[in-house]
Design a protein around this ligand. Structure first.
Ligand code: M6R
Length: 364
């Protein structure tokens, strides 16, 4: 059942190109997005005045990335909230708001409660859900099904990747309907998205390099992931992967926030992973990495092919292919998943079933 892989997590990492392709193909007709199955009319899309994305864990991290992508492409204000906070904080929602609940299982208690709260207030809801017939899928007004297939490992990989695709598709569809991108940009974005599966495949094929590096981190006490914008969003996910399966304390920091406190934790040899996929933010994050190095940090840089001057700063580098910068999260997350996996396996831990965790969190 593990198809020759040692663990479900590695099998599911390898299933990502297919999961991403299947999810994208489910809404593509003749090279254009057809979201009729999701159930939004152009009229509905034009009416949305703000979006609130609500989720837990990795699904929340998808929301953080989606916030940047939807705001930039469709020019709709978006906020992303943790379901466990949203449900108790008496949120103010506007009549024409869209509440998007992201959940692989469709059964997460806090996410379901958040969905019910929005519905009680008469707000339109959309579920991005992987499990057909799950509670969130049944109760949401509209559903965008991710086609990741069954995910067994507690640490999500392929479901996260397909949720990102759903978010990109919504952003692009909202943008074309609302006239914030033109037809040429629309087609270009779709073509870029269609190339993601092959690029993900290529990154997975380079896994030995990550394995070699990860094996050296087994005694790390703390690991910091830093980035700005979408690179911060993917840092959150990289850090969660590391914590949940390798039991190494790690934190994701918006690179510019480090000097507001966290940098005092950097000691000789502390691993800091800088994510640099956004060209406008590249130099800014490099400066933050240099600040860490001067406090003794050991630096890994994760960036795109071509940015070879990162080697002046970082001690270890991982290069990934380029895509449209809105979609870089889909590529940057792969080496970070592999890092978490290989650190866990090098420590001899139960990577598929980490201690204290359940696949589906059905209690609050
Ligand atoms: O089933 P859901 O997507 O609602 O689950 C949300 C989180 O519990 C989940 O993403 C969790 O954080 C994963 N263990 C992360 O790998």
């Amino acid at each position: 059942e593990k198809a020759g892989f040692e663990h479900f997590m590695m099998k599911e990492i390898h299933e990502q190109p297919k999961a991403v392709r299947d999810t994208l193909n489910s809404v593509l007709v003749d090279g254009k997005l057809d979201m009729s199955a999701v159930g939004f009319s152009d009229e509905d899309i034009k009416k949305i005045d703000q979006i609130c994305i609500v989720a837990c864990g990795s699904a929340y991290h998808v929301g953080v990335a989606a916030q940047y992508v939807i705001e930039d492409l469709a020019q709709i204000p978006v906020r992303t909230e943790l379901a466990s906070e949203f449900r108790y904080r008496k949120p103010l929602l506007s009549k024409n708001e869209l509440v998007i609940i992201v959940s692989q299982s469709g059964e997460t208690a806090d996410s379901l409660a958040a969905l019910r709260l929005a519905k009680e207030k008469g707000i339109k809801t959309l579920g991005i859900v992987n499990v057909v017939g799950s509670s969130i899928a049944r109760e949401a007004d509209n559903v965008f099904y991710t086609l990741a297939g069954p995910e067994i490992a507690v640490a999500t990989t392929k479901a996260y990747s397909t949720q990102l695709i759903a978010a990109y598709c919504l952003a692009i569809q909202f943008a074309i309907v609302r006239g914030t991108i033109d037809e040429a940009k629309y087609l270009e974005l779709i073509q870029e998205m269609a190339q993601l599966p092959d690029k993900i495949q290529k990154i997975i094929e380079d896994k030995e390099r990550i394995q070699w590096f990860a094996a050296k981190q087994v005694n790390a006490k703390d690991i910091f992931f830093i980035g700005r914008g979408l690179d911060y969003a993917v840092s959150l996910e990289g850090s969660l992967k590391m914590k949940e399966i390798s039991y190494i304390h790690s934190e994701a920091y918006a690179a510019g926030e480090l000097k507001h406190g966290t940098i005092s934790l950097i000691e000789d040899g502390t691993l800091v992973i800088g994510v640099l996929t956004q060209s406008e933010l590249y130099e800014k994050t490099v400066s933050n990495m240099v600040e860490c190095r001067s406090r003794g940090a050991y630096l890994m840089g994760l960036t795109t092919y071509g940015n070879y001057n990162i080697e002046d700063t970082a001690d270890f580098t991982v290069y990934i292919p380029k895509t449209d910068e809105h979609f870089m999260t889909s590529l940057a997350v792969i080496p970070l998943q592999l890092m978490g996996y290989y650190v866990s396996v090098s420590k001899g831990l139960d990577v598929d079933k980490p201690r204290n965790l359940a696949k589906s969190v059905t209690v609050e």
